[in-house]
Design a protein around this ligand. Structure first.
Ligand SMILES: Nc1nc2c(c(=O)[nH]1)N[C@H]1C(S)=C(S)[C@@H](COP(=O)(O)O)O[C@H]1N2
Ligand SMILES: [Mo]
Length: 337
């Protein structure tokens, strides 16, 4: 993203799912389910059937995950009056530089990522450090569907139905010490399966690292995702475990996590260390603070094409200001971008 300006999309117009179509599909589905605690549910949101996502490629989750996915609390949170981005776009327009820098590269190349077995290390300032098999790591948590906006710093956006659980639930279990003030995440480093780590794209000092302040990590909107569109995560979207922080630019959402460390100092993160003047640690979506090379006031909502660019105003904190603005009370968001 350092080297690319926002460009017109390579998505096809035929991919467009008009919102009216999506909503009517939804209205056809009956049933009832528990009301989400975080947001009032829209009247059509009474369905709990992942088959409502059109054109989703069937997944092949391991049995333990398939069982958990089936028991997801659907639409625990949603986005009102905005269509979900078609699965095709969400899985073929990606940033995952470990698999190449073109938007289509991750879909083409991420098949080489081996997600089983997978383990996650928890270390640093915690009472209960350890290495967990993914199954044991996910097992204690009830999965929820969280439909969130995703706003990339490159000024495009999507609406994605993630499936995951609050990061706060994990943190409470591992018992951060009083010295823990930040959390640091690391992506897998495996040049054998990740061609981008072998290539000459030397800007990135692998592995990809991201971080949050502890209160941001504990916020109920912050989740670890294991699925999307009713199925497990496709490799190109960060299987088998990725971070989703909906009020921040997409690059905070580190993929294919192998290590979570509680630390006392603000970690040095991948994009910040490449270009600190362009990509900050906070990276809160903010239409008033432009990127040095382009405006952040607007965004292209995918799918978008030359003839229907689908441009919309970017919202403060990506539309989650009511929930998260208090985390930044008294801070100068121009300085702490
Ligand atoms: N490990 C890793 N995580 C990453 C990236 C990456 O290149 N490597 N790209 C980030 C960026 S810039 C964005 S916008 C989102 C894109 O997520 P998506 O492809 O699932 O839409 O992933 C983020 N997580
Ligand atoms: Mo991004």
């Amino acid at each position: 993203m350092l080297i690319k300006l926002p460009s017109t999309s390579d998505s096809r117009e035929s991919d467009v799912t008009p919102e009216s179509l999506y909503l009517s599909r939804r209205a056809l589905l009956g049933g009832s389910f528990a009301v989400g605690a975080m947001a009032a549910l829209p009247p059509w949101a009474n369905a709990a059937d992942p088959s409502l996502y059109a054109d989703v490629e069937p997944g092949k989750a391991p049995a333990w995950l398939a069982d958990k996915l089936a028991a997801t609390r659907w639409q625990a949170m949603t986005v009102k009056n905005e269509a979900i981005t078609p699965y095709k776009d969400a899985t073929h327009y990606n940033n995952f530089y470990e698999f190449g820098t073109d938007k289509g590269d991750p879909a083409k190349n991420a098949g080489s990522l081996k997600t089983e077995p997978w383990s996650v290390v928890i270390d640093g300032e915690v009472g209960k450090p350890g290495r967990y098999a993914l199954e044991d790591f996910v097992k204690p948590h009830h999965l929820e569907e969280r439909i969130y906006r995703l706003r990339c710093v490159e000024a495009w956006s999507m609406v994605i139905p993630w499936i995951g659980f609050p990061l706060a639930d994990v943190l409470k279990q591992v018992e951060p010490t009083s010295k823990a003030r930040y959390i640091r995440f690391e992506t897998l480093q495996d040049p054998q399966s990740m061609p981008g780590q072998r290539s000459g794209f030397a800007l990135i000092d692998w592995p990809y690292v991201e971080g949050l302040r502890l209160d941001e990590a504990m916020h109920p909107l912050t989740i670890l995702a294991v699925g999307m569109y009713g199925r497990e995560l496709p490799n190109q979207n960060g299987a088998p475990l990725r971070l989703v922080v909906p009020w921040k630019y997409g690059f905070k959402g580190v993929k294919s996590i192998v290590r979570i460390s509680l630390v006392s100092e603000q970690p040095s993160t991948t994009w910040q260390s490449i270009a600190a003047s362009e990509y900050g640690f906070y990276a809160n979506v903010n239409p008033q603070v432009d990127h040095p090379r382009w405006s952040q006031a607007r965004e292209r909502r995918l799918p978008s094409g030359l003839f229907s660019p689908n441009v919309r105003q970017t919202e403060m904190f990506n539309g989650y200001a009511e929930e998260v603005a208090s985390l930044y009370a008294g801070m100068d968001l121009r300085k702490d971008y």
